[in-house]
Design a protein around this ligand. Structure first.
Ligand code: NAD
Length: 316
């Protein structure tokens, strides 16, 4: 990809995916502004860039006063593109406190879009989620499938997508929504609802403990490695204004939790028992994406199949 050097705002840049995007953008030569309230993100995720004058870190609430947070930085050197990843990521928390999810996940998106519109940003790329689909009948799922989210989190991701499309249409602000499947990789919190299971399997296998699978283990997920997701984000950030999406970002391959447990043990060379425990309620049975649209519109192809991604996690 050939890109001019620009200044990119990454909201949620101290989080799991956001910090990998910061690594990638700096490696591509860009300047980066991170805006994060460090509620789930960690300073250590971006500590490797301490002393790099191209990185500015701002501690602020994305659903607060963005003018106060960003205008000084913008005046010094204009922010030209925005990757909006800051969010409350827990589906369970969104059910317990839907108003806070609304404030941060829908309200935060709207504030980012308003700020971007007023400052003539060249592209806003947004981290949406396959949670917008709900318990969908068609698997693998194409973007045209009906959206019937079953949590406030999914509803607010969907309304954020609609806001991005609206700002593109009505205000001419270039936007792209990406729907991530189950992202995994180094720095992921074991409590992550998405692929925390991978971090947990790793921790237990390394400690020589048996792995626990809930239910029959035949539930499937589309596990996509974080380096592929940041590749898709960088492509979206620098894509043409007519790439609005939403675009699925996954591998197009469903992996069962039983297969995942076997793959973790294989990659670690461990021989441990895999136990089955009672199924947890409210889980979607199958989730997997059709990935043709991102291939066509962004030239994106997930390069890491599951075991290659797992192998990358060993040395970290
Ligand atoms: N991990 C996945 O598999 C996955 C799947 C689909 C979508 N997503 C989306 O990708 C994005 C990144 O997720 P992640 O897995 O890296 O989670 P994460 O929790 O590591 O990252 C979220 C970041 O947002 C920050 N944040 C939260 N509330 C904020 C606020 N009010 N103001 C400023 N910053 C705030 C957190 O401190 C954190 O750094 C999120 O928008 C999430 O919904 C993730």
């Amino acid at each position: 990809m050939s890109e001019d050097i620009e200044r990119v705002l990454v909201t949620g840049g101290a989080g799991f995916i956001g910090s990998h995007l910061v690594d990638r953008l700096l490696a591509s030569g860009h300047q980066v502004v991170v805006l994060d309230d460090f509620s789930s993100g960690k300073r250590e995720n971006i500590a490797q860039h301490t002393g790099d004058a191209r990185l500015l870190v701002i501690e602020a609430d994305v659903a607060g006063d963005l003018d106060a947070a960003l205008d000084t930085a913008h005046a010094a050197s204009p922010i030209t593109r925005v990757a909006h990843l800051a969010a409350k990521v827990s589906v369970v928390a969104s059910l317990e406190d839907p108003l806070e999810d609304l404030r941060v996940n829908a309200g935060g998106t709207l504030r980012v879009l308003e700020w971007a519109r007023r400052h003539a940003v060249r592209k806003v790329a947004f981290a949406s989620s396959a949670a917008v689909y709900g318990d969908v009948a068609e698997v693998p799922t194409p973007e045209r499938a009906p959206c019937a989210p079953i949590s406030p989190y999914g509803i607010h991701k969907r309304s954020s997508e609609r806001y991005l499309a609206l700002y593109a249409e009505v205000h001419g602000l270039p936007t792209t929504s990406l729907r991530f499947l189950n992202v995994f990789g180094p720095r992921q919190d074991a409590s992550s609802p998405y692929s925390g299971v991978i971090s947990i399997f790793f921790e237990r296998a390394r400690a020589g403990l048996p792995l626990t699978v809930y239910g029959d283990g035949e539930q499937t997920r589309d596990f996509v490695y974080v380096a592929d997701v940041t590749d898709a984000l960088e492509r979206a950030l620098f894509s043409s204004p007519d790439v609005v999406g939403p675009l699925n970002v996954g591998t197009g391959v469903g992996t069962s939790v039983n297969q995942l447990a076997a793959a973790v043990l294989e990659v670690l060379g461990a021989q441990l028992e895999v136990r089955h425990d009672e199924a947890r309620g409210g889980e979607i049975r199958h989730s997997c994406a059709v990935v043709d649209a991102a291939a066509q519109q962004l030239g994106f192809h997930a390069g890491y199949e599951l075991k290659r991604g797992l192998a990358e996690m060993i040395d970290v």
